[in-house]
Write a protein that binds this ligand. Structure first.
Ligand SMILES: Nc1ncnc2c1ncn2[C@@H]1O[C@H](COP(=O)(O)OP(=O)(O)OP(=O)(O)O)[C@@H](O)[C@H]1O
Ligand SMILES: [Mg+2]
Length: 302
């Protein structure tokens, strides 16, 4: 996989349209391209004028499309947590695991984790493709997905510190009372502890995403704006939030240009490369997507 593209911006600015323009541009260049939507409100089928579908569809010899079923990923993700929890804490009869699992299920952030989990799967499965294009949900959810690896990394660091302290205490107790004081499933050493193993596995996944999102060679973030003040101001907030994690926007696409005058707020983004995409009066079909793609995609695909 050479590059992964994400389209960000306020609802309705043209993220899906411009992801289509890139998909058709890469298709005519003969690049093997996987184009997926992780927006729970899918509409790639509408863009392609296809009947609604879930899962993957090959639409040309080099282009595959997937409407990612985030709910299915959420279920799989929760099932994995459930299995790991039972496996790790089987011996703790005092703990009501079913009750605990119900709490986990309704914990804020689960949808974002499911999106990351889906993304990891897509990336792992499509290493053989040249390019991945990810059509994203509107700003709020997308920013939470992007910030998750950075925030979770901090959490995991703290949790590992606490876990180390617990293991050290256990060792002290075992030293005084004798090793047989604990049942054999209770680990005393870090390298035998399943909780530590799970935390380290989570840490590797979060590190994978933090590295991917900050890798400007591989990850190309495209901010889509319209000639309206609100989309530009929201774009600026996206830019600033991502910057605080060390994640940078590569290109601003000023879409539907000509529909209304250029808002003066665009100057707030003057340090970034910008391209204008005109408002198209005709029906947007594959020919028009390709035409739009040719206006902007060449540089960012290098
Ligand atoms: N350059 C353009 N010229 C004309 N119409 C456009 C252009 N770009 C997008 N549109 C139209 O604007 C509408 C919104 O576009 P699109 O669905 O791509 O936005 P989005 O950012 O993906 O929206 P959402 O946040 O809801 O997913 C659609 O009707 C689309 O056809
Ligand atoms: Mg969309």
């Amino acid at each position: 996989m050479k590059k992964i593209f994400f389209f960000l911006g306020k609802g309705g600015v043209g993220k899906s349209t411009l992801s289509a323009s890139l998909a058709y541009y890469l298709n005519t260049k003969g690049k093997r391209t996987f184009w997926a939507s992780i927006d729970p409100a899918h509409n790639l089928c509408d863009i392609l004028s296809l009947p609604s579908f879930m899962g993957t569809k090959q639409i040309t010899p080099n282009l595959w499309v997937e409407e990612v079923d985030i709910n299915a990923y959420l279920k799989r993700f929760l099932k994995e947590i459930q299995e790991k929890t039972y496996h790790t804490y089987r011996y703790l009869q005092v703990l009501n695991l079913d009750k605990m699992f119900n709490v986990i299920k309704h914990t804020p952030g689960m949808e974002e984790f499911a999106c990351l989990y889906a993304l990891k799967n897509i990336i792992d499965q499509h290493q053989d493709k040249d390019y991945l294009i990810i059509d994203t949900p509107p700003t709020g959810l997308m920013l939470r997905i992007f910030s998750l690896p950075f925030v979770t990394r901090q959490w995991l660091k703290e949790l590992k510190r606490w876990r180390k302290a617990i293991l050290a205490r256990r060792k002290m107790v075992a030293h005084i009372k004798g090793e047989s004081y604990f049942p054999p499933e209770v680990a005393l050493a870090e390298n035998e502890d399943k909780v530590m193993e799970n935390l380290s596995a989570q840490q590797r996944t979060m590190q994978f995403f933090a590295s991917l999102f900050t890798d400007q060679e591989k990850t190309v973030l495209i901010l889509v704006l319209n000639p309206d003040k609100l989309s530009v101001l929201e774009g600026k907030r996206i830019l600033d939030t991502l910057k605080s994690f060390g994640v940078y926007i590569r290109l601003v696409l000023f879409n539907k240009a000509g529909l209304l005058p250029r808002p003066k707020e665009l100057d707030l983004l003057k340090d970034l490369p910008q391209k204008e995409i005109p408002y198209m009066k005709h029906t947007l079909d594959q020919k028009v997507f390709l035409q739009l793609g040719r206006m902007w995609a060449e540089d960012v695909c290098k």
